[in-house]
Design a protein around this ligand. Structure first.
Ligand code: ZN
Length: 178
């Protein structure tokens, strides 16, 4: 019988078979000690901007997202209010606020945001820069055509990119359609 023959060949009593395969380790999976993550005592539930006028009046929110942590870092770096900067001085990375279990009042966050000076160019300013860039490009194209009547679209693209860099505008993705 072939079945019996197969059984015999794989008999566990066959001592001539090399014993290369080691036994699966039973202790390997538990070699790492897992540290208890609850060893840190919960922080006191106080507004990060404390002392503040909303204590006991408004609900506190915990910083639970990366973006909110990033916002706090942004406030800490740009605020003109020394007191607010000091309140946030323990934060160095967006994840810190969550790791340190920071709480805040929405009103306090709004007030803190208002202490950041608005140095970004206004929409009309951007529009003006864009028009200046366009005029410069048209002048460039004009001069090329007047000189030899030829123009390379690659050059136009490069020139426009450099004009935009000079005016601190980013290169539009679709313009030119090359
Ligand atoms: Zn507060």
């Amino acid at each position: 019988m072939t079945e019996r023959a197969a059984k015999r060949s794989s008999s566990p009593h066959d001592t001539t078979a090399p014993c290369k395969v080691g036994r699966p380790s039973t202790s390997g999976g538990q070699s790492r000690i897992q540290r208890a993550s609850t060893s840190v005592a919960p922080k006191e539930k106080v507004c990060v901007f404390s002392p503040c006028r909303y204590e006991g009046e408004e609900d506190l929110h915990m910083v639970s997202t990366y973006n909110r942590g990033k916002l706090l870092i942004n406030i800490q770096q740009k605020t003109t209010d020394d007191r607010i900067r000091t309140c946030l001085s323990s934060l160095h990375e967006p994840g810190d606020a969550h790791a340190q279990e920071k709480w805040y009042h929405s009103s306090c966050l709004q007030l803190a945001l208002r202490t950041i000076p608005d140095d970004s160019p206004s929409r009309s300013e951007l529009e003006l820069r864009r028009r200046i860039s366009d005029v410069q490009l048209i002048m460039y194209v004009d001069s090329c055509l007047q000189e030899d009547g030829l123009i390379s679209m690659t050059d136009v693209n490069d020139v426009y990119a450099s004009i935009l860099r000079e005016t601190n505008l980013t290169e539009p993705k679709v313009r030119g359609g090359i």
